[in-house]
Every structure is written in structure tokens, then in C-alpha cells.
Write a protein that binds this ligand. Structure first.
Ligand code: NAG
Ligand code: NAG
Ligand code: NAG
Ligand code: NAG
Ligand code: NAG
Length: 477
């Protein structure tokens, strides 16, 4: 034991002496090498020569960050004016810019429908609060002329009020799209498409950076819901802390909302890694570097992909956003004031109230339905009801309808015990068929009595979650 310790001490001492000798020899020279990395030792006169020659031929830190450059004035003075096809570069600062880069597709053009869906679903008075910037990011002049002519014909008012801004770029803005780094095992065409797309995105970010307070990117093949701007505004005002990116779609780079003041940084980062990363990965790293460590995705989402064909020729992408759905109420009952109760686990965004009140949305349980699960509407005051319609499941989730269930009306409420209403004098009104139940002529069933509770009760287990899309209650005259 002692001899081993002695040996260790000697060994440490020897190593220490060697280290000191090495430092004494090497340190004076190291001063010159600190900027040369691991190139290994070389004669000190070389180093002094290099210092004397100066740094004129060196790539500076700024060059490094700027290559490919985010300062497009080095390519073209006034590039924003040159890039704008109709009118001048817009000057007025608005609330939101929707940026849509688009390239020519071989079979289907979706861009006209995408713009139509955005315009259709914006209130006319809100069109002056937004810019829709369409970036024709293709080098095919014929196509650029064709699309810009069609936009000019379809939206003369929006173009003259500068809500619709159409822009283009030039090949000289793009860095080399040859010999691209081989990453993600993407083939050559995919790498080229991906890298060009990054530069397209950076271009539109830089163009839009001073147009508005917020910026949201779209793809050219999406559709949206009525008054999507309300959802965006509400989500922004719900945020009680600093955020970098809010998402209104799960997919790709659709419906990502940024503060416009972050766009230049984002453009630089996308450009810096234009060869290595597709933008729909880069933005997630960007968000983390901006200290947003989780994603804020608004559910239900409000933008859906239509394009089955990607803008990369031959690439089919049957991507659909799981959280996009038909949220509008179909039957629009009188629905008198009521409280809603259920024993089902509730998804935070899909409250029981969403099934009953008129705002877009629906109730969605967070687990499979079981026999005996209940969902009860308790009217604030008993009502004379003429007709009830309950629709379950949704367009995107048809299997989440109630497979086996019944509808029950109760004439009396005994009490509400720990969020569970006790209703009596029950009358079974009928059973669900294909997720739907309609009961008319209710007054002939209940006679002169008023109804206090309406309950939906599952009569068998089911393998799916439960969506109650709409409960429409029509009062008797
Ligand atoms: C936009 O609205 C018009 C008129 O209501 C309708 O004909 C058209 O289909 C709508 N387009 C889209 C893409 O929703
Ligand atoms: C350019 O676009 C036009 C119109 O979309 C198309 O007919 C033509 O073939 C395209 N040219 C090339 C070189 O792809
Ligand atoms: C756009 O359309 C208007 C007519 O609505 C026409 O006067 C104008 O020349 C068109 N602009 C371009 C650039 O085609
Ligand atoms: C990326 O490409 C450059 C230039 O072709 C090359 O020097 C570099 O080694 C490549 N990097 C990777 C990670 O492949
Ligand atoms: C409702 O009542 C009316 C007349 O009272 C009758 O004509 C009609 O068929 C009834 N509807 C249903 C669904 O029972």
C-alpha cells in the first residue's frame, strides 16, 4: 500500500516537472498561435511575417457571418423597391404581415386559392391592418408575368391599397446552389430545393422586417378558417411572458408568428445554415437560442395544407395538420344560458362550453369513451324545448363520434354535488346514430313540463376519444 502511494507521488511529481518545462518552452511561441487553431507548431518567423503582411486577405468575422450576405444592398441599392412589382415599397406600418413564398409547380398551382382563402376569411375592415406579401420565388420569367397578371386582375383593390404586395428577386441574390453539403441523406435535387428555399425565406424575412409589428409565414398551399385574425390576436394577448414564436399550424413552416424585430436575426441564421438545415428545422433551433424552450402551438390550429404535391417536383406530401378542423357551428340553436358538466377528461383548448356556445370550436375528451360517461347541460332556468340536435365527431376526426350513446332530458335538478349534477325525472329521448341525434316535437313528449337538464350518456366503451361538435337546443314557441 505504502509503496504504491510513494510510486503515485513520484509519478505526479515527474508529470508536474515535465508540464512546467513544456510550458516554459512553448508559451512564448503560443502567443502567436492563438488565432491559428490546431495547425501545429511552425517557426516563429513565419508567424511574424504573417503579422507584418497584415490581415487584408483574411476572411473577417463579419464576412463570415455575412456570407451569404443578409445585407442585400451590396447586391443592389434600393433592392426593396426593385423587388416590388406593383406600387412602391409600402411605407405604412401595419399589425401583421403574412408572407407567402411561392414557386412554379408543374401540375397544380395553389397560390391563387391560398390568397383567396386568406382574403375571404379576413373581415373587409381588417384588410387595412395586414399585408399579404406574395414572393414569386422562381426564375421563370414567363411564370412570374403570368401569376402577377392574374393577381393584378383578381385583386385590383387590394393591390392599390397595398394590402397585397407582390415581389420577386433575381438570381444574383442567391449564393451558389451547386456542390451543396450532403446532409439528412437528401438527394441532390432535394438539397438544392431545400437550400434555395432557405434563401427564399431569408429574402422575404428581410423584405418584410419593417412592414408590421408581427410577421407570419405561410406556404403557398394552405387554407384557413373564418376570422383567423381573431385567433391570432387572442393568442398574442393571452401570452403573459416573453415569447419568440407562436405557431398556428403544426406543419412545416406554416403559420409561424414572429415579432418583426426578430426577422433579421432569423434571416441570418437561416442563411448561415442554408446548406445544412431546412428552415423548418432551423426555426426550432432559433427559438431555443432565443430562450424559448417549448413550442407554443395554438390548438385547434387555423391553417391547413391543401397541397398533396410539394413544390419539389415529384415529392408527394400528404401532410395534414392534426389540429385543423371544421369548427363552425352548423345548426346554431337558441341555446339558453346553461352550465356544462362532464366526467370525461377535458383537453384544455376544447372545453365543454365549446360544444354549446356559438363560437367556433368543439368539446374533445382526452381519453377514450367508456360506458356510463356523461356530459350534462344544466339550464340556468328550466326551459320549454322544441328540438335538440347533438352532432359528434368532426370532419378530420370522424371516428371520435359517439358510437353508442343516448340522449336524456330531465325535468328536475336535485343538486350539483362536486361538479356532478343530480338530475331526476328522466326521459330517454333517443339513441345516437352515426354520431348524430335529432329530436323534434319535444313538447309532444314532455307535455307542458320544462326541461332542466339534458344529458348525453355513453352506453358502451369505445376505442376513440369523444368529440361533441355541437349541441343545438331550440326553444318551443
Ligand atoms: C371565397 O369566397 C367566394 C365567394 O363567397 C367563394 O365562391 C369561393 O369559393 C371562396 N374561396 C375560397 C378559397 O374559400
Ligand atoms: C416557364 O413557365 C411557363 C409557364 O408556367 C412554362 O410554360 C414554361 O415551360 C416554363 N419554362 C421552363 C424553362 O421551365
Ligand atoms: C394592372 O391592372 C390594371 C387594370 O386593372 C392595369 O391598368 C395595369 O396596367 C396593370 N398593371 C400591370 C403591371 O400589369
Ligand atoms: C460543406 O461544404 C463545404 C464546401 O463544399 C465543405 O468545405 C465542407 O466541408 C462541407 N461540410 C460538411 C459538414 O459536409
Ligand atoms: C311533429 O309534429 C307535427 C305536427 O304536430 C308532425 O306533422 C310531424 O311529423 C312531427 N315530426 C316528427 C319528427 O315527429
Amino acid at each position: 500500500m505504502t509503496s504504491f502511494r510513494l510510486f503515485s507521488l513520484r509519478l505526479i511529481f515527474v508529470v508536474f516537472v515535465l508540464f512546467v518545462v513544456f510550458q516554459l518552452n512553448v508559451l512564448p511561441e503560443r502567443k502567436y498561435y492563438t488565432h491559428r487553431g490546431c495547425t501545429g507548431p511552425s517557426r516563429s518567423s513565419d508567424v511574424i511575417d504573417k503579422i507584418r503582411i497584415g490581415t487584408t486577405n483574411k476572411v473577417t468575422y463579419k464576412d463570415y457571418l455575412d456570407r451569404p450576405s443578409s445585407d442585400l444592398t451590396t447586391f443592389q441599392e434600393d433592392w426593396k423597391v426593385e423587388a416590388t412589382l406593383f406600387n412602391k415599397f409600402p411605407k405604412e406600418k401595419r399589425f401583421l404581415t403574412l408572407g407567402i413564398p411561392t414557386v412554379r409547380r408543374v401540375d397544380n398551382e395553389y397560390i391563387m386559392d391560398t390568397i383567396e382563402s386568406l382574403v375571404n376569411n379576413t373581415r373587409p375592415e381588417e384588410l387595412k391592418d395586414i399585408y399579404i406579401v406574395v414572393f414569386l420565388a422562381d426564375f421563370n420569367e414567363t411564370w412570374i408575368e403570368d401569376i402577377s397578371r392574374r393577381l393584378n386582375e383578381s385583386y385590383p383593390q387590394l393591390i392599390s391599397s397595398e394590402t397585397l404586395v407582390v415581389i420577386r428577386s433575381w438570381k444574383s441574390f442567391y449564393p451558389s446552389l451547386e456542390n451543396l453539403n450532403h446532409t439528412y441523406n437528401d438527394n441532390y435535387n432535394k438539397r438544392k430545393w431545400r437550400s434555395k428555399q432557405n434563401v427564399d425565406y431569408a429574402f422575404i424575412f428581410l423584405y418584410c422586417q419593417h412592414l408590421s409589428t408581427y410577421y407570419m409565414q405561410m406556404e403557398d398551399d394552405i387554407y384557413t378558417i373564418p376570422n383567423y385574425l381573431d385567433v391570432v390576436k387572442d393568442y398574442i394577448s393571452e401570452m403573459r411572458f416573453q415569447w419568440t414564436c407562436l405557431e398556428f399550424s403544426e406543419l412545416g413552416f406554416i403559420g409561424k408568428l414572429y415579432h418583426s424585430y426578430d426577422l433579421e436575426k432569423l434571416a441570418k441564421m437561416v442563411l448561415l445554415f442554408y446548406e445544412e438545415q431546412p428552415c423548418d428545422f432551423t426555426y426550432l433551433y432559433f427559438n431555443t437560442l432565443m430562450l424559448q424552450f417549448q413550442r407554443y402551438i395554438h390548438r385547434p390550429t387555423i391553417f391547413q395544407h391543401v397541397g398533396l404535391k410539394s413544390s419539389l417536383p415529384g415529392k408527394v406530401q400528404p401532410l395534414k395538420d392534426r389540429f385543423f378542423d371544421n369548427l363552425e357551428k352548423t345548426y346554431q340553436g337558441d341555446n339558453p344560458p346553461a352550465k356544462l358538466y362532464t366526467n370525461l377528461l377535458v383537453q384544455s383548448q376544447n372545453t365543454p362550453e365549446s360544444a354549446y356556445y356559438q363560437e367556433p370550436g368543439y368539446f374533445w375528451s382526452h381519453r377514450n369513451g367508456k360506458a356510463g360517461d356523461w356530459f350534462t347541460v344544466v339550464f340556468d332556468d328550466p326551459q320549454r324545448v322544441g328540438k335538440i340536435i347533438v352532432e359528434t365527431g368532426s370532419r378530420e376526426h370522424p371516428l371520435d363520434r359517439i358510437q353508442h350513446g343516448k340522449l336524456q332530458a330531465s325535468l328536475s335538478l336535485v343538486k350539483i354535488d362536486k361538479s356532478e349534477p343530480k338530475c331526476t325525472n328522466n326521459i330517454i329521448l333517443g339513441h345516437f346514430k352515426d354520431g348524430l341525434i335529432k329530436v323534434s316535437n319535444l313538447t309532444s313528449v314532455v307535455g307542458p313540463f320544462k326541461i332542466h337538464c339534458i344529458s348525453i350518456i355513453l352506453t358502451a366503451n369505445q376505442d376513440w376519444w369523444v368529440i361533441i361538435k355541437e349541441i343545438a337546443v331550440f326553444l318551443a314557441d
